[in-house]
Design a protein around this ligand. Sequence first.
Ligand code: NAD
Length: 489
Amino acid sequence: MKQIVNYINNEWIDPKTSEYIEVTNPATGQVIAKTPLCGETEVDMAAKAAAKAFPSWRQTPVQDRIQYLFRLRDLLKENHDEISRVITKECGKTFGESKAEMVRAIENVEVACGMPMMMKGDVSEDISPGIDEIMLRQPLGVCATIAPFNFPGMIPFWYLPYALATGNTYIIKPSEKVPMTMKFIFSLIEQVGFPNGVVNMVNGAKNAVDAILDHPAIRAITFVGSTQTAKYIYRRAAENGKRVQAQGGAKNPVIILPDADMEMTSTMVADSAFGCAGQRCLAVSLAITVADARNSFTEMICDAASTRTVGYGLDDGVQMGPVINSHSKERVEQLIETGSKEGASALVDGRGTTINGYEEGAFVRPTILADVEPGSDIWKTEIFGPVLSMMHVNSVEDAIELTNSHIYGNQASLFTSSGRAARKFRYEIDAGNVGINIGVAAPMAFFPFSGWKQSFFGDMHGQGMDAVEFFTQKKVVIERWPKEWSRKF
Ligand code: NAD
């Protein structure tokens, strides 16, 4: 069993707490690690180390700061398989999905290596004769990230490389459910040899989060997780005068028009709905068929759902792993029950799944719920499991209206061969990440990872130029150097 410790001021520090929670491999049910539930003491140690490291890290030229990231990128690539195995063991997704997750993490490090170009300021000469105006971007100081369980390797990298490259020092609090991935990544960070205190890790749950939200030395916080926690984080961090962005939950619709290529559509929708066992914030969870699309799509998606190979993500040929733990399995199964009681029909029912050899695993097979009603609990609630709810309308206008009436706005997709319908959808849909003939519209690292409505609180997002904006503060300088002060040379 792995003992999880903190990384503060370039040292592995034993937790000061005696409270722990167990981390299980969701496929085997076996306890594989214990996460210490750290709090104020450890957060204060990390914040003080990061604050002490800030002045000289800030003065380190940006082209030198990115050399550390180049080394980190190489180490992440060299250890790609091993990190991915750790992700699968603690998070449950398949080995291929874990590898894909780390590709995205590495991509963010690579993009942040362009920081010498990305954080340049602006100058306007002669805003009045002889007066110049300059905009500089300066780092904030100590920044922190609070991460969710579903992408333990990737999500911290929406922020970490940008925070460091812009000259901030940094603290990460991984999800207590999946602490092993970041522990492994910090063993690589140790090999990179950042100066003391530049990058730190504190493990824990609510107490650690609250200590981060209240610590006076921490200037900015990024959060990814459920909407309920996102609202709490956003409010409390803002009350404390911190810069904050908080990504929340989702209920992502896909609209299927009759002119869509149904084979491609059903394959992509199945990959989106059931990939990572539906535990992706960009997983499609509502399929809205329009007019004649209903019958053919329903038949094909039911076939894709019932033939998916479910099992342990490290075994060959497995297409879908378990959900994160037995609580989550129970919750997902209860929500399927709620849907049935509300009148939806379970065309494919994944409840009661047991996988041979992994009887203790938290497996739920892909599930299709048809005839879900707008306004019902199953329509409103983020399930975060491999459940696709289906609805039917008669026009693209109705489908857009239905989509826009939902509280979430993380992702929306459309499948069609009509450019006109696609343009209308792109223009009118209230969602931050939009896919047209794409099932998982995950932005590349050089675009912001968007999200609207109750899926996002803040203004600047993670990744790309938004991350540069978030992790820097602008200073505007107006300068006059009168002629009469000049010495002759
Ligand atoms: P969560 O909100 O339970 O936990 C996220 C983090 O918040 C963890 O580090 C946890 O320790 C902390 N936390 C939890 N409850 C807290 C509380 N009461 N007070 C203070 N801190 C608390 O989320 P999760 O279950 O780890 O992740 C799944 C959720 O994340 C889903 O809703 C999913 O949609 C969302 N998510 C969103 C995005 C996005 O980009 N919008 C990406 C990934 C995941």
